[in-house]
Design a protein around this ligand. Structure first.
Ligand code: SF4
Ligand code: SF4
Length: 440
């Protein structure tokens, strides 16, 4: 056993699971309906890699029939937390959420590596700190070194994993978006309301142009956009890695910040952030002093497609985009937020856009936070299936709305030599809105 790893304490902690919240362990009737939806079961074909298997493993530890060994822990980290299983389960078993709960109890009872503590307890608290951490990558990209390294495949000689991570890394903007925009951006035309914009870490530091397009789309739809610059991470990485103390602090901070700004809605263009922000109400449910504020906050949260679709009016002019497109549903949108229609409604409003459905029933792309790095082989198998599904649609443009998915799909397109563009839905809408302005 590794240093600071206590299987008995993990088992004891798991056995205190609240049956009201995690009655899942008992509710599973072993029907198997979840099996074909689970990406790890689809790639490995093993019961232990299925939602049903994961629930059974956790139950075996709780019942004292199995030790919370390192092998058990490994199994718990094989899950992508895509929640596809939760969408189909007739008994309401939340296998993905149960796995996150198990991770929390595991991490409470083992020593945390310094790098993890640094990232989840310190760096993540401030987007400026995160920006500084990305500075070497930015320098590497703009100095021309990246082009040289890629041309001569230099990293392959150093480490296959390093080469893979380098290939995954997207082109960084010259500055984070938060440094380039004002905190309050007025509506274009008659103002219809005040929207708070949750500018997530990845969108601010990596996909700055995308969030710029999102903000412009919101102002074109008639909303004043308020972008609090002091916003912290939504906490998704912390919760995925079993960390809760810092997560709660960041969540409380976010709720207070948006309450102070007196906004009608809180909109985000990151599916993972949206899913997490909507969960705050659950996190603080048992906290008598904060539950009301958390409920009020989560009620205001909208994914950008969900919001725009609900406020769309016929006088918002869209120009034609004659191209074939498909939409990859981020799991945090399709399963985390149960949103499938708004993004399709918006795309179907664009004149001449040929929208085609992906024939894979909303499977995960294999990105799942850092899963593509920690479980690379399986992640690539999952991605390959996604690439094959995209190919069948003959799409020229692949659209999504989550930074992790966008990076994974862009990597897949390069790796499998596909010519399609991978873009966020905000960029497609922005192109159409601008085209509409010209023709209008
Ligand atoms: S679908 Fe639900 S009840 Fe059926 S095996 Fe899967 S987790 Fe259990
Ligand atoms: S959350 Fe996803 S990976 Fe995890 S058990 Fe459910 S379907 Fe499988």
């Amino acid at each position: 056993m590794g240093k600071g790893f206590d299987p008995d304490e993990i088992a004891r902690s798991l056995s205190t699971l609240d049956v009201h919240d995690y009655g899942d362990v008992l509710q599973c009737m072993r029907c198997g309906l979840c099996l074909p939806t689970c990406p790890t079961y689809r790639t490995d074909g093993l019961e232990t890699q299925s939602p049903r298997g994961r629930v059974a493993l956790i139950k075996a530890v709780i019942d004292g029939k199995m030790k919370a060994s390192e092998e058990f822990v490994e199994h718990i980290y094989h899950c992508l937390d895509c929640r596809n299983c939760q969408t189909v389960c007739p008994a309401g078993v939340k296998a993905g959420e149960l796995v996150l709960e198990a991770r929390y109890r595991i991490e409470e009872n083992r020593t945390q590596p310094l790098i993890k503590k640094f990232l989840l307890n310190y760096a993540i608290l401030d987007q400026k700190r995160l920006s500084k951490l990305l500075a070497p990558l930015k320098l590497y990209q703009i100095s021309g070194l990246q082009a040289l390294v890629r041309k001569y495949d230099i990293l392959k000689l150093v480490s296959d994993d390093l080469q893979f991570m380098e290939a995954l890394s997207p082109k960084l903007p010259s500055r984070p978006l938060s440094e380039e925009i004002s905190e309050e951006i007025p509506a274009l035309g008659t103002e219809r309301g005040r929207v708070g914009f949750f500018l997530g870490c990845a969108m601010n530091l990596i996909f700055a142009d995308t969030s710029r397009a999102t903000i412009e789309n919101l102002t074109r739809a008639g909303f004043r956009v308020i972008v609090p610059k002091e916003i912290q991470c939504c906490g998704t990485p912390n919760i995925a890695e079993g960390e809760r103390k810092i997560y709660r602090e960041m969540a409380e901070n976010t709720i207070r910040i948006f309450a102070d700004r007196r906004v009608d809605y809180v909109v985000t263009d990151c599916a993972a952030c949206g899913s997490e922000l909507k969960t705050y109400r659950e996190i603080f449910r048992k906290n008598p002093t904060f539950a009301g504020k958390a409920e009020e906050f989560s009620n205001k949260v909208r994914d950008v497609s969900e919001f725009l679709d609900s406020v769309w009016t016929s006088d918002i002019k869209l120009g034609p985009l004659p191209e074939i497109v498909c939409f990859h549903d981020p799991c945090h949108l399709r399963h985390g937020q149960k949103l499938t229609y708004p993004q399709r409604n918006l795309l179907n409003r664009i004149p001449q856009l040929d929208y085609r459905e992906l024939p894979d029933e909303g499977q995960c792309c294999g990105s799942a936070g850092i899963y593509n790095i920690t479980h690379r082989n399986r992640s690539m198998k999952i991605l390959q299936s996604k690439i094959e599904a995209i190919e069948k649609t003959k799409a020229q443009t692949v659209i999504s709305s989550n930074p992790g998915c966008l990076m994974q799909l862009a990597y897949g397109a390069t790796h499998w030599n596909k010519s399609w563009n991978v873009v966020h839905i905000s960029e497609v809408l922005n192109r159409s809105l601008r085209a509409g302005e010209k023709t209008g």
